[in-house]
Design a protein around this ligand. Structure first.
Ligand SMILES: C[S@@+](CC[C@H](N)C(=O)[O-])C[C@H]1O[C@@H](n2cnc3c(N)ncnc32)[C@H](O)[C@@H]1O
Length: 304
């Protein structure tokens, strides 16, 4: 196939990549039972963005339930569903979407394995509450026989040189040389204006976030599905790691960008923030604006 991968526009089990332009329910209807190893998505949050009509919360939930039911149908018995959500906001009151979606998943017989907190540094500045700086990934599995391999996503140990100091292993290194389990709080920058992955889409998730899920919950060659594809981040993360991937996007302009990004990723040309890169700290970087002028002034005046 060379470096150009065929991106199919309708689903077939033989596809390596599918970008379906239309409603996810139509894509899902064309998929057989138990064919996907991982469903990962960030659905509309019902905030009235250009791609969503703000609905009464009950109607929003009913819509989500319909999509989730279909996702569960197409999920393999060893498979996982990761639903990445934030808050719905109504007249200043927040409703964490994972809390209202939890009964939908468990009502369909799924079990929650983690509620991963995705922490990031940037966003709206609130005046009447603390500014929101995290969203969550609700991870559910269909059975107890789910696939999970932490090795490909281990992160560096805090004290890699630490050794057992007594007992039969005294003197041996005490931690796993492959690194430690990344835990359930992930600090990964969100895709804002100067992020290397930024497109015109208002709420892309970062490739690294999806790659962690793909690497831990699927094997090479497995199929990944994103019913709300946006600009294709899930497929990018999957194909960079030798997985098949399929998604639906209702707005043609985002589906087009998704296809361009996927082709660039296949050729290794898509700019992606490197996995595990430390979060930028302007103070460590010695940025002049990080000095605090009033402290120097006060110190000179002998106040502090
Ligand atoms: C939160 S965004 C997902 C962004 C994506 N995670 C990314 O990184 O690009 C949700 C997307 O779902 C799309 N969408 C909304 N309703 C849809 C539907 N019924 N079927 C397919 N896509 C839909 C929207 O146009 C929007 O691009």
């Amino acid at each position: 196939m060379g470096t150009m991968k065929r991106i199919a526009s309708t689903y077939s089990p033989a596809n390596k990549i599918t970008v379906f332009e239309g409603s996810c329910l139509d894509l899902l209807a064309s998929m057989p039972d138990e064919s996907m190893q991982l469903v990962v998505t960030s659905p509309p949050y019902n905030l009235g963005k250009e791609y969503e009509k703000r609905l009464h919360l009950d109607d929003y939930l009913a819509q989500q339930r319909e999509v989730i039911r279909e996702c569960v149908r197409v999920l393999r018995p060893e498979g996982s569903i990761c639903w990445q959500v934030g808050n719905y906001v109504e007249k200043g009151a927040i409703i964490p979407l994972d809390t209202i979606l939890y009964p939908v998943f468990t009502g369909l017989g799924l079990k929650m394995r983690n509620r991963i907190v995705w922490h990031f540094g940037h966003g709206l500045h609130c005046t009447n509450r603390f500014s929101g700086r995290y969203e969550t990934i609700a991870w559910f599995t269909k059975t107890d026989r789910y696939h999970f391999d932490v090795d490909p996503v281990r992160v560096p140990q805090k004290y890699p040189g630490k050794r057992h100091f007594k007992g039969p292993k005294a003197g041996e290194f005490s931690c796993n040389p492959l690194g430690k389990n990344p835990g359930d709080v992930w600090t990964i920058p969100n895709v804002k204006s100067n992020h290397v992955e930024k497109t015109v889409h208002p709420c892309q998730f970062p490739v690294e976030l999806v790659e962690r899920l793909v690497l831990a919950m699927t094997r090479p060659g497995d199929s990944v599905l994103d019913p709300f594809l946006g600009v294709g981040t899930t497929i990018v993360a999957a194909v960079r790691n030798g997985r098949r991937a399929h998604g639906a996007e209702i707005l043609p302009k985002y589906a087009e960008i998704a296809k361009d990004r996927i082709q660039a990723a296949v050729k290794g040309l898509l700019p992606v923030r490197p996995r595990g890169k430390p979060v930028f700290d302007p103070q460590d970087a010695g940025r002049a604006l990080t000095t605090t002028p009033w402290l120097f002034r006060d110190r000179e005046a002998g106040i502090r």
